[in-house]
Ligand binder design. Structure first.
Ligand code: G3H
Ligand code: 13P
Ligand code: ZN
Length: 330
């Protein structure tokens, strides 16, 4: 058993309390490798932002959970070395069951998500409560989810969103004891969040998606005043980066994300954690493709992963400053 406290990590309690009061959201960035972790920490130190490092089940499979945990421990020291001791949480993203959540609590994670959103309501309550009862013994915070996002989460694919029902949230939170609640109000996972036929085109030909359901968010806030709300699937799919990918041999068609102004508006509300993964993947892919096309004789991974890391860092800095509002809150 390793406690996150010995590793210099923090849980999300204080982060969320401050974020709700301050009208901003904590960035939750996924990482699978060293370059992503470096970019996240550099960006958050430079912008003096608290951060949640997220590990998905896919990341655990890809990189090994022990290595990822040591990297998060290293991230705490790395941030200090860079000159600013920002609060860092290590969070399990989309935990599928009690066992994976327990394994993460036991190995040094400071926060876990139990995603029971695909189960019937009563089963979701039961699984979530079981995780909360275990995690709280070790002061690990727990995120639950109500409502289903469209798109791909690991191996689970949902064709359509099922919006969170505001009339369920008080019952769910009081029965389970979760510390935060992920909701479904129109965001979704991946780079193709909306079909072109759901969007309108602006004068520049850019696809504009339907707005998020702020009416549902407001109703949830009324039901749970001051309670931390989480938005998954919050990549904006920057069109300039998609263009770089497509200009360098890529094929990302009709990729549409959540407009940044809408996320900024959400961050000013009870939404205090915003999950972003796909935008980081797009930034890295654009940079790597560009090097491959412009310097085809290059074969040193540092020559393409380095630019990918730099581009990722710039993206995260801009998110913290312009979208989440988390800059200078550490
Ligand atoms: O919500 C899903 C995240 O983007 C993680 O994706 O399972 O491919 O690591 P992944
Ligand atoms: P995106 O695919 O929009 O980046 O969402 C990531 C996410 O929700 C991770 O849990
Ligand atoms: Zn998610």
């Amino acid at each position: 058993m390793v406690s996150y406290k010995e590793l210099g990590l923090v849980n999300t309690k204080d982060m969320f309390a401050k974020a709700i009061k301050g009208g901003y959201a904590i960035p939750a960035y996924n990482f699978n490798n060293m370059e992503q972790m470096q970019a996240i920490i550099q960006a958050c130190v430079e912008t003096k932002s608290p951060v949640i490092l997220q590990v998905s089940a896919g990341a655990r499979k890809y990189a090994n959970q022990t290595l990822l945990r040591y990297m998060a421990q290293g991230a705490v020291e790395y941030a200090k070395e860079l000159g600013y001791n920002i609060p860092i949480a290590l969070h399990l993203d989309h935990g599928a069951d009690f066992e994976i959540c327990k394994a993460c609590v036991d190995s040094g994670f400071s926060s876990v998500m139990i995603d029971g959103s695909h189960h019937p309501y009563e089963k979701n309550v039961e699984e979530t409560k079981k995780v909360v009862d275990y995690a709280h013994k070790y002061d690990v915070t727990v995120e639950g989810e109500l409502g289903v996002l469209a798109g791909i989460e690991d191996d689970v694919v949902a064709e359509h969103s099922t919006y969170t029902q505001p009339e369920e949230v008080v019952d769910f939170v009081s029965k389970t004891g979760v510390d935060s609640l992920a909701i479904s109000i129109g965001t979704s996972h991946g780079a193709n969040k909306f079909k072109p036929e759901q969007c309108t085109r602006n004068a520049q030909g850019i696809l504009i998606p339907p707005p998020l359901r702020f009416d549902i968010l407001e109703e949830i806030e009324k039901q749970l005043p001051g309670f931390p709300i989480v938005l998954h699937g919050s990549s904006s799919v920057p069109q300039d980066l998609v263009a770089v990918i497509n200009a360098n041999g890529g094929k990302m068609k009709d990729s549409v994300g959540i407009p940044e102004e809408q996320l900024r508006k959400a961050a000013k509300s009870a939404v205090c954690k915003i999950n972003i993964d796909s935008d980081g993947r797009i930034a890295m892919t654009a940079a790597v493709r560009k090097v491959f096309v412009e310097s085809p004789s290059e074969f040193d991974p540092r020559k393409y992963l380095g630019p990918a890391r730099d581009s990722l860092m710039e993206l995260y800095k801009a998110k913290n400053i312009n979208v989440l509002g988390s800059a200078n809150q550490a």
